[in-house]
Design a protein around this ligand. Structure first.
Ligand SMILES: *[C@@H]1O[C@H](CO)[C@@H](O)[C@H](O)[C@H]1NC(C)=O
Length: 440
C-alpha cells in the first residue's frame, strides 16, 4: 500500500514535471493600432482569433501613463474605450480560456516625453501608488489577466561609425566628456524599479493577476534590472532581442539586426546578439523558464548607396538611412514579412527593374546570424536596398535555441506584422506557426 502511494505520487510528479517542461510560452504581442489601419494593413478581431489558437499569452499594446499623476491611460480612447476594443479583445477569453490576456504599458508608443518613465521611478511611493492602483483598476475594468511593463527607459548609444580610426583616443575623450554615460543615476533607477515591481506584484497578486516585464530593444538590462531581486515578482520576462541596429539609430551602416550569436569581426559590439542578452539574465540565476526570447515578424531595411559596394556582405558601409516604406506597413526602414516575401524573386517580379526589382536573398546555413536580401544601387545611385529580416525558418531556429536552452518560450513582435492573410505562401501567420511547431 505504502509502495503504491509512493509510486502514485512519483507518477503524478513526473507527469506534472514533464507537462511543465513541455508547455512553452508563445507570447503574442498585438499592436491594437492595426485595428484602425485601412486596406491591406487592417487587422481585424477575426484575424486575431486565428492567431490565438497558437498563443499562450496575448499582450495588448499599448497604453501609456499620464505625465503628472502617472496614472495609466489609454493612448486611443476612441478605439480602446468608446469603440470597446479592450472589452472586445478580452471577451475572447470565453473562446480561448487557456490564453492569458495582458495589457502592456509603454512599448515605444507612449509618445511625448520619454522621461516619464524615469520620472515615475523617481516620483516616490505616493505617486507610484497612484500608478499601481490605476493599473489594477484598469485591468479589472476591462477584464485583463495581467500587466506588462514595457517601460521606455534610456537606450544604449549606437556604435559610432568610422570608430576604428583613432578609436582609443576617441573613447578616451568620450569618457571625459561623459558622452557615453546615458544615465548617470542608473543605479538609483535600478533600485527604484525593483521596489516598484515588488509593490506592483503585491497589489496584483491579491487579484490573481500576472505581471510581465518586456525589455525593449537597446534598453540595457545591466543598468535597469536587478534580475535576482525582481525575478520572483515577475511571471514572464520578454526580451525584445532584435533591432540591435536600425536605420534610424545606425543610418550609416547596416548589419544583422537580430543575430543569435556574436560575429567576432569588424568591431561588432559583443552585446548586440540574442545569446548575450539571454546569458545576462541566466548568469544572474533568473529562472530560465521565465525568459521569453523576442522574435520580430519584420525586417529592417536600409538604403544602399553606390559607395556601399556590390557584395551586400554585412557590415554594409555608407548606407543612407531608412529604405522607403513598404506598401502595407508604410513605415520607412521597416518591411514586414509579407513585404519582404514579395520582394524576393518570384514569377511576377523576376524581370522587374528599378524599385520593383527582386532582392537577392542570402541565407545563413550556420543558422547563427540571420538572413538578408539586397539590391545594389543603380548607376544613378537609386533603388539600393539592404534588409536584415526574419523568415519562418530563421524564426523556427530561434525557437530551437529556446528549446535547447530550456527557456520559457518565444515572444513574437508582433502578430499584426506577420502575413496574417497568408498572401506569401497561402498559410496565414507563417511566422507564428513556424515558431509554434518548433516549440512543441
Ligand atoms: C550594457 O552596456 C555596457 C556598456 O555599453 C555593456 O558593456 C554591457 O554589456 C551592456 N549590457 C547588456 C545586457 O547589454
Amino acid at each position: 500500500m505504502k509502495f503504491l502511494l509512493v509510486s502514485l505520487a512519483f507518477l503524478a510528479y513526473t507527469c506534472w514535471a514533464s507537462a511543465s517542461i513541455l508547455e512553452r510560452n508563445l507570447v503574442c504581442f498585438y499592436n491594437s493600432n492595426a485595428a484602425t489601419h485601412t486596406g491591406a494593413a487592417h487587422f481585424s478581431t477575426a484575424d486575431l482569433e486565428i492567431a490565438l489558437q497558437f498563443c499562450t499569452h496575448v499582450i495588448y499594446g499599448y497604453v501609456g501613463i499620464k505625465p503628472d499623476t502617472f496614472q495609466l491611460m489609454s493612448l486611443n480612447e476612441n478605439l480602446d474605450i468608446q469603440r470597446r476594443h479592450f472589452a472586445t479583445i478580452t471577451a475572447l477569453k470565453d473562446k480561448f480560456p487557456y490564453v492569458k490576456f495582458l495589457l502592456s504599458v509603454g512599448g515605444d508608443r507612449d509618445s511625448g516625453e520619454h522621461e516619464k518613465y524615469i520620472n515615475l521611478l523617481e516620483a516616490g511611493r505616493q505617486k507610484q501608488t497612484a500608478f499601481i492602483d490605476s493599473a489594477r483598476d484598469f485591468l479589472r475594468s476591462y477584464n485583463f489577466d495581467g500587466l506588462d511593463l514595457a517601460f521606455q527607459l534610456p537606450r544604449n548609444k549606437p556604435r559610432k561609425v568610422h570608430s576604428d580610426v583613432g578609436s582609443a583616443w576617441k573613447s578616451f575623450k568620450k569618457f571625459f566628456t561623459g558622452d557615453f554615460i546615458v544615465d548617470e543615476k542608473a543605479d538609483d533607477h535600478k533600485e527604484e524599479l525593483t521596489d516598484l515591481i515588488k509593490d506592483l506584484k503585491n497589489t496584483l497578486r491579491a487579484d490573481n493577476m500576472l505581471l510581465s516585464l518586456t525589455v525593449l530593444p537597446n534598453v540595457n538590462s545591466s543598468w535597469y534590472f536587478d534580475g535576482p531581486a525582481i525575478a520572483d515578482s515577475l511571471d514572464l520576462i520578454n526580451l525584445a532581442t532584435f533591432d540591435f541596429l536600425t536605420p534610424e539609430r545606425n543610418p550609416e551602416e547596416a548589419d544583422y539586426t537580430a543575430p543569435l550569436y556574436e560575429l567576432y569581426d569588424q568591431n561588432r559590439l559583443p552585446h548586440y546578439n540574442i545569446n548575450f542578452q539571454v546569458e545576462n539574465w541566466i548568469l544572474q540565476r533568473v529562472p530560465g523558464n521565465k525568459i521569453n526570447v523576442g522574435v520580430a515578424t519584420y525586417g529592417r531595411a536600409w538604403k544602399m548607396s553606390k559607395e556601399s559596394g556590390t557584395t551586400g556582405l554585412p557590415v554594409v558601409p555608407a548606407t543612407e538611412g531608412a529604405a522607403p516604406a513598404g506598401p502595407v506597413s508604410k513605415t520607412p526602414g521597416l518591411l514586414n514579412w509579407l513585404e519582404v516575401c514579395q520582394r524576393l524573386p518570384n514569377p511576377s517580379n523576376i524581370n522587374a527593374k528599378g524599385a520593383e526589382a527582386p532582392l537577392r536573398r542570402i541565407s545563413d546555413p550556420t543558422k547563427r546570424y540571420g538572413t538578408y536580401a539586397f539590391h545594389t544601387a543603380d548607376e544613378d545611385g537609386a533603388n539600393g536596398v539592404w534588409v536584415s529580416y526574419e523568415d519562418p525558418d530563421t524564426a523556427a531556429s530561434k525557437a530551437g535555441y529556446v528549446k535547447a536552452k530550456n527557456l520559457g518560450g518565444v515572444a513574437l513582435f508582433d502578430l499584426t506584422l506577420d502575413d496574417f492573410r497568408g498572401q506569401c505562401t497561402g498559410d496565414k501567420f507563417p511566422m507564428l506557426r513556424a515558431v509554434k511547431y518548433r516549440l512543441l
